[in-house]
Every structure is written in structure tokens, then in C-alpha cells.
Ligand binder design. Structure first.
Ligand SMILES: [Ca+2]
Ligand SMILES: [Ca+2]
Length: 176
């Protein structure tokens, strides 16, 4: 899936990955249509999930109806991949970022407040069947994709399924 182009980058830089962190941020920016967007949100981050709650206020300054777009992104820890639940969420494997897109109509000077709430579960990239464990089933999937150009088994996203991907799977393999 191709991620949408970023209209206005409103990333929040403070992200910690050890344990669970609450991250609060307030930011504002004017997009290409010069409409003020203010966003406040809380991010809950753990080793296995990322969730966000918050609100966005769009303020229009003109008499016309405009479509506003706001993108928020959070980075996925190395080795993990997200299972996306919401159509407005997109994972860019190159930057390892989940990009959330919100759209709203802004009419005249009336502010529009939009609620935000989303969450994703994170899996090891080698957990190809996403059952929460990296085991022989995933190894079998990788072997059956051996030599393929890309796809889910191309764990290092270099365009081929080969020994490098097998090495990653073996590092993440559950030996318990
Ligand atoms: Ca699995
Ligand atoms: Ca590869």
C-alpha cells in the first residue's frame, strides 16, 4: 500500500520504546491552504502496540468549503510490523512509520473539531501468519517464498527473499 503524500509534517519527535510511555504533544501548523490546524494527542506506546487518542481543531478563515488533511506519524520499532485496523492508517516500511490521515471539511470561519482514536498491534516481522509467535509455520512460509521478489517474507525489504531474511527470522525465532 502506498502511503499518502505528506501535506504538512506534524511529527512529534519524543518517542521512547522501553516499556510503556505516555507521550503528550501539542502542535499547530498552517497547511498549504493557510488554514490553522491545532492538534493535541496522547500516544501510548508499548512493545506490542501503539495507540493514540486526541483531537484536531480546524479553523477556516474563508467563505469557501475546503478539504483539510492532517497527517500524524509514529515510528515502529525495528523488527516489528504493525497490523493496521483502520483505513486511515498506512505503514511505510521504508521509514518504518505509521501515518494516520484525517480529513474534514472546513466551512467559512467555523472551527471543526475532529476526534482521533486509533490503535495497532505490533508483530515481529518474521511472524508471517501473525499468530503472535515466530515458529516453524513462519519458517515454512519463508522457505516457500525463497527467491521471490519482495513480499511479506522479504523481511529486510531488499527485493528478494534469501539467506539474509532467514537470518532475521532465526534471530526472532521463539525457542521457548
Ligand atoms: Ca507465526
Ligand atoms: Ca530480503
Amino acid at each position: 500500500m502506498d502511503c499518502p503524500a505528506i501535506v504538512q509534517n506534524m511529527d512529534v519527535a519524543v518517542v521512547q520504546w522501553e516499556g510503556v510511555d505516555h507521550i503528550t504533544a501539542t502542535t499547530s501548523a498552517e497547511n498549504q491552504d493557510s488554514r490553522l490546524i491545532q492538534a493535541t494527542y496522547v500516544q501510548l506506546v508499548s512493545n506490542s502496540s501503539i495507540s493514540t487518542e486526541g483531537s484536531v481543531v480546524y479553523s477556516g478563515v474563508g467563505p469557501f468549503i475546503r478539504q483539510m488533511r492532517y497527517l500524524q506519524s509514529v515510528q515502529v520499532p525495528l523488527g516489528k510490523v504493525p497490523r493496521i485496523f483502520d483505513e486511515g492508517l498506512c505503514f511505510d516500511p521504508r521509514t518504518r512509520k505509521i501515518i494516520a490521515t484525517y480529513e474534514a471539511l472546513v466551512i467559512g470561519e467555523r472551527p471543526v473539531e475532529l476526534g482521533i482514536s486509533w490503535s495497532v498491534d505490533l508483530f515481529w516481522s518474521s511472524d508471517l501468519n501473525q499468530d503472535g509467535i515466530v515458529d516453524g509455520s513462519d519458517l515454512g512460509s519463508l522457505m516457500s517464498s525463497w527467491g521471490s521478489a519482495g513480499g511479506p517474507a522479504d523481511l529486510n525489504t531488499d527485493g528478494i527473499v534469501d539467506g539474509n531474511d532467514l537470518g532475521i527470522l532465526l534471530m526472532q525465532f521463539d525457542n521457548s
